[in-house]
Design a protein around this ligand. Structure first.
Ligand SMILES: [Mn+2]
Length: 293
């Protein structure tokens, strides 16, 4: 039994607008062996008919929607969505956006997971001017409101730590910190993105083991945010660590900007990861033989 693979559709934007060409992208994914697709969670921006059209094409091709991607950075969202803000109206605006996403997710029989991130209106480096304990308390307030709203609708919520250059410098950058927050907020799980983890966390194996049973979804890219295998992530040990924690969620391609072209990125990402899975399996067989009497 191997991992499940998906793609965050908005990562293709620099080359192809998914919402203009859903069938072309989804058919390519199905042919390449993908299991699912992470659609944008933008209920105010993507008309419901357009969203449902893509959703129906995905279903007809046997692709699940395991997660929907929320936009938190201003570059991505086109507006400020700050779950850790000290301004109550700003914080509540971000919580309200998440509630609308939860309502959209709840229209699925098996509601897709949503990710909540802590991203400031503008980057501050090397340290946020707002003290970490204040940001933490604000974010936990938001996370609790969101998880309370999501629970009766069976919508899974996970938090994705974001590196210091895109997120709050000094707050919620690492899996270590995200795990401590997930432990305090009932119903909050973890999402691990290899690009952020490579910058902020320790060895990838330790990080996956630390995320442990809270890890529900993974964003797939190498250390250079390009296709897995083109940077210096230790993928064989990452696969072993996923096996060790019994990870059964999805690995979703989150590689931006798309290089060299979207079809090559999609094909290489799944082929490479499946080769890693096969290699780990083969090595286990070799070791078993060596240990035999
Ligand atoms: Mn990500």
């Amino acid at each position: 039994m191997g991992f499940n693979y998906s793609l965050i559709t908005c990562t293709l934007t620099s080359q192809i607008d998914f919402w203009e060409h859903p069938r072309e992208v989804l058919e390519t994914m199905a042919e390449l062996g993908y299991d699912g697709v992470d659609l944008d969670a933008e209920p105010d921006k993507i008309p419901l008919e357009k969203f449902n059209e893509a959703r129906e094409i995905a279903e007809s091709l046997g692709l699940k929607v395991p997660a929907m991607i929320c936009a938190w950075g201003v570059w991505h969202a086109g507006e400020i969505r700050d779950l850790a803000s000290c301004d109550e109206a700003t914080r509540q605006y971000a919580v309200d956006y998440t509630r609308k996403c939860i309502d959209l997710s709840a229209t699925f029989d098996d509601p897709p997971m949503l990710e909540i991130d802590a991203v400031p209106p503008a980057a501050e480096y090397p340290c946020s001017s707002i003290p970490r304990d204040v940001l933490r308390a604000n974010f936990i307030n938001s996370a609790r409101e969101i998880c309370d709203y999501a629970k009766p609708k069976n919508v899974p919520i996970a938090t994705e730590p974001i590196n210091r250059f895109e997120g709050y410098s000094g707050f919620m950058n690492s899996i270590t910190e995200a795990r401590s927050i997930a432990d305090e907020v009932e119903g909050l799980d973890l999402l691990l993105d290899f690009f952020h983890v490579n910058i902020e966390d320790g060895p990838v194996t330790d990080t996956i083991l630390l995320a442990g049973d809270k890890l529900k979804h993974v964003h797939l890219a190498d250390s250079n945010r390009q296709a897995p295998g083109t940077g210096h992530i230790d993928w064989l040990n990452a696969v072993r660590a996923f096996h060790a924690i019994g990870f059964d969620g999805y690995l979703s391609v989150d590689s931006v900007p798309v290089k060299p072209d979207w079809r090559t990125l999609l094909k290489h990402s799944i082929d490479f990861m499946k080769a890693m899975e096969k290699t780990v399996e083969m090595q286990e067989q070799i070791n078993t033989e060596c240990h035999g009497s």
